[in-house]
Design a protein around this ligand. Sequence first.
Ligand SMILES: [Fe+2]
Length: 330
Amino acid sequence: MKKLKLNINCHYGCFGTFSERYVPGGYDIIYEFEKMLEVMSGIDGLEGLAVWWPGHPYIDEPSRLKKILSDHGLRVSDIGPDIWSDPIFKYGSISSTDKNIRKKAIEVTKRNIDLAVELDAYSVLLWPAHDGFDYVFQADYSSAWDYMLESVNEIGSHNPDVKIAIEPKQKDPRAKEYIEDCGKLLFFIKCLDVDNVGAALDLGHSLFAQERPAESLALYHKYNKLYQVHLNDNYRDADPDLVFGSINFWDTLEMFYWLGKAGFGGWLNIDTVTPRNDRAKMLKLAVKFVKDYERMANILLEHEAEVDSNLKNHNYVDNMLFIRELIFGK
Ligand SMILES: [Fe+2]
């Protein structure tokens, strides 16, 4: 019988000041890194920290970072290149029409791949944040695609043993981004010459791209390309990174059921923004919600044969009568 046992992580960005254009000074004071680790070590079930290079605390001292984390019962889960916060990337990173900017993005990513090995990270996150466009007649779509393939082929071949997870997103910071959803990402991966490039399924990005997150997850898994899952929530119209588990109940439960069927061994990354509530308490709530969904998915997985036989018959109503009783009782 399949059973879901999730690895849960978060990142320092969950404790940010959340400065934005309306409140450029941020909503809260800077949360010290060590204070965040104290909070994390007190949350049952939270075991990993996703980091980035350059700029993350202690990232240039990998063994010291590992020691600090293990002193708090934590370890590095994933790592990713910061190829978005420097305005040099404002017209794109891996798709830039400027060879030197593409080279910089590739070199920064390669450094993260090397650090992933040193830090025993599960995978490297590649989010092409500015690789897209804002207007018609602004981008050469064809050459941008070629540049992205060329860049990611070089990144993937740097160390074939390290998984590279590309995170699709429809928009923000660009009005439109090239790799915008599950379908386009899977086709992009198929066009590559390397085998170690897969997907980071961000639940919020999937929802606001009008996908069914469980379907996207099932497709990534079918081709062994599910490398990361990011958890947050929204109203399917934007990406405010609301606390995971708060809005879209049934889609989330269905995704967790398929996560269990997939036997996913990577990390579930809590990826939320908390400008108006206590950051530590919100993280605790998110982890509790993850454990709640894990518990509910495990109840469904105990009855996988019945649930799946209803799927084969397209029998929604019998399935929902069965599932709601399992979750809520008679
Ligand atoms: Fe994400």
